[in-house]
Design a protein around this ligand. Structure first.
Ligand SMILES: [Zn+2]
Ligand SMILES: [Zn+2]
Length: 181
């Protein structure tokens, strides 16, 4: 199996929240494939107390995000990328086998961020949704107005069959509608 890019020792298979990962027994880093990471994030099994969360965050803080890491399966330098556009989380991904290397504490940090994002949905996104709802309402109002105006114009056309008095009444209705524009 794969080796740890930090310690060069063989990583061991472990079950993490019912998902199989490969952990380095020396540094505590993980090899994880994208699908397994997704599964861990969605199951939200871990409930850490605040001090434990803090410890993982500090641990992840210490990892050197500039250092180049080689995928020891494929023998290529891995790409650095931000996880979910979160500047604070830089992960290493192999362009060939897609495996992700997570330094000690990074997996837990990703989980902590993920759960926070789930519990506090992005305000900017909510604002966009609210804006769209307002526009939709505005559009609906205008559409109703136009439909009513067209109906009113049709009424004038039919009123013409019933003589001048009916036509005048229908025309007045039509113009009073237009004046509200
Ligand atoms: Zn290691
Ligand atoms: Zn690879």
């Amino acid at each position: 199996m794969a080796r740890c890019p930090n310690c060069k020792v063989r990583t061991q298979p472990v079950d993490y929240e019912a998902t199989r990962l490969h952990m380095c027994g020396q540094c505590g880093g993980y090899w994880v494939d994208p699908l397994a990471l997704k599964r861990i994030l969605h199951c939200r099994e871990q409930q850490w107390p605040e001090p434990v969360k803090q410890k993982f965050m500090e641990m992840a803080e210490q990892s050197d995000t500039k250092r180049k890491i080689m995928c020891l399966r494929c023998g290529v330098i891995m790409h650095k990328e931000q996880f979910k556009d979160w500047q604070e989380i830089v992960i290493d991904r192999c362009g060939q086998c897609q495996a992700i290397w997570l330094d000690p504490g990074e997996l837990e940090k990703i989980q902590i961020y993920w759960e926070y994002a789930q519990d506090h949905p992005d305000q900017e996104y909510l604002d966009q949704v609210a804006k769209k709802a307002t526009l939709d309402l505005e559009w609906q109002k205008r559409k109703t107005y136009l439909d009513d105006t067209i109906r009113s114009a049709k009424r004038v056309k039919y009123a013409m069959f019933f003589g001048p008095r009916a036509t005048t009444a229908a025309l007045l209705g039509f113009f009073s509608r237009l004046s509200k524009l």
